[in-house]
Ligand binder design. Structure first.
Ligand SMILES: *Cc1c(COP(=O)(O)O)cnc(C)c1O
Length: 394
């Protein structure tokens, strides 16, 4: 049986260009970039080059890029930096949204325990934050606004440029988690008016365990990890040069093929959305059009997401019920609940996240398999008949 991998929002298959870029860093150019001998200095040249190439992809300066272990670390460092810098000036109010990634929400939980006031904005049924709400929430003591560029479970794209504009006017630090956006939709830190931006390589065919934080020049970045003077003293630890070279190759590849890939992938996305539209009591979560090229999130009433995933897997289809971070727990997704999806319905969620390696034939197989599996699960469901009759089921 052929594997059909459509869980690209969880992680991706590494691209050949990323894989090839990593190899020499392991057995040839394996020096420590801080070493003074030639093999160390060669590694440093590669590192500098990677930093410059990555910066160019998001319209930043090389010295505004700080390599991290991934998106989670970048989110933590950005948010804690803005919070603690703000607190020094008596600013302890932070604005975010209800459906951020846990790397953001759990960092905000920690800050709440430390006395910060966290305000989480509504994301409405369409999964999009209202610019007006950000404007109204801003206060004199607001230290930070952090809103993701695109949501990882439903794929909706947020009005980042407009939110950034308001933050800029009010001199409030603006951070965005762009992990799902980079390589899939255009990301330009100047155009988007962002001060800080988080990226993870493994969401665009780079290696896992590496990412970066863009931090605009002039912001005093706070360390999460103390030690050596790497990353201009802001993130200690010997640089993961293979992963960083892989990330640089992957981001360049993704950004230079962005339009072509987005066009191709969104065609597959729309095929699947349209192909499943005839399933009764199903819904597409999140705005129909303002979404990432590859992300689809459905709910099918009367079904448990776990059963759906296991049966799809038997057809070779690797999908997700939503976030990889919450799978394993039986709680429904905080993203869907924030969008007002009823608890009973949110249990039957399915996320399909595509990439340019997927094919039309695979999309057809997915549509057929979803129809078959949903019908089967409903046929053995004790509650399906009641739901069909419109009786409320908890
Ligand atoms: C995957 C993801 C992260 C976490 O990135 P890691 O590199 O896995 O730590 C953060 N935010 C969003 C939106 C993500 O999709």
């Amino acid at each position: 049986m052929k594997t059909i991998y459509v869980d690209n929002a969880a992680t991706t298959r590494m691209s050949d260009v990323a894989y090839e870029a990593m190899k020499p860093m392991m057995q040839e150019i394996y020096g420590n970039p801080s070493s003074l001998h030639h093999i160390g200095q060669t590694a440093k040249e590669y590192l500098d080059d990677a930093r410059a190439r990555i910066a160019k992809c998001i319209n930043a300066q090389p010295n505004e890029i700080y390599f991290t272990s991934g998106g989670s670390e970048a989110d933590n460092q950005a948010i804690l930096t803005a919070a603690y810098n703000g607190a020094k000036k008596g600013k302890k109010h932070i604005i975010s949204s209800k459906f951020e990634h846990h790397a953001v929400l759990h960092t905000l939980d920690k800050l709440a325990k430390e006395g910060f006031e966290i305000e989480l904005l509504d994301v409405y049924e369409n999964g999009i934050v209202k610019v007006e709400d950000v404007k109204n929430a801003l206060r004199d003591d607001t230290a930070l606004v952090t809103i993701m560029t695109a949501n990882n479970e439903v794929g909706t794209i947020q009005p980042i440029k407009e939110i950034g504009e308001i933050c800029k006017e009010n001199k409030v630090i603006f951070h965005t988690d762009a992990v799902q956006a980079i390589g899939h939709i255009p990301v330009d830190v100047i155009e988007m008016n962002v001060d800080m931006l988080s990226v993870s390589a493994h969401k665009f065919h780079g290696p896992r365990g590496v990412g970066f934080l863009y931090c605009r020049k002039g912001i005093l970045l706070q360390n999460l990890i103390n030690g050596g003077a790497q990353e201009r003293g802001k993130r200690a630890g010997t640089e993961n040069t293979p992963a960083i070279m892989g990330m640089a190759a992957a981001i360049e590849d993704a950004c230079s093929n962005l339009e072509k890939n987005a066009q191709y992938v969104s065609k597959l996305r729309d095929m699947i959305i349209d192909g499943c539209a005839d399933i009764e009591l199903s819904r597409l979560n999140g705005d129909r059009y303002n979404r990432l090229p590859g992300t689809i999130n459905f709910c099918f009433e009367g079904i448990e997401g776990e059963g759906l995933l296991l049966l799809l897997d038997q057809d070779g289809i690797c999908a997700s019920s939503g976030s990889a971070c919450t799978s394993g727990s039986l709680d429904p997704s905080h993203v869907l609940l924030a969008m007002g999806v009823p608890v009973a319905v949110a249990h039957g969620s399915l996320r399909i996240s595509l990439c340019e390696y997927n094919t039309e034939q695979e999309a057809k197989t997915i549509i057929d398999s979803i129809h078959k599996v949903v019908a089967y699960l409903r046929s053995i469901s004790p509650v399906w008949e009641k739901i069909q009759k419109g009786e409320v089921v908890e």
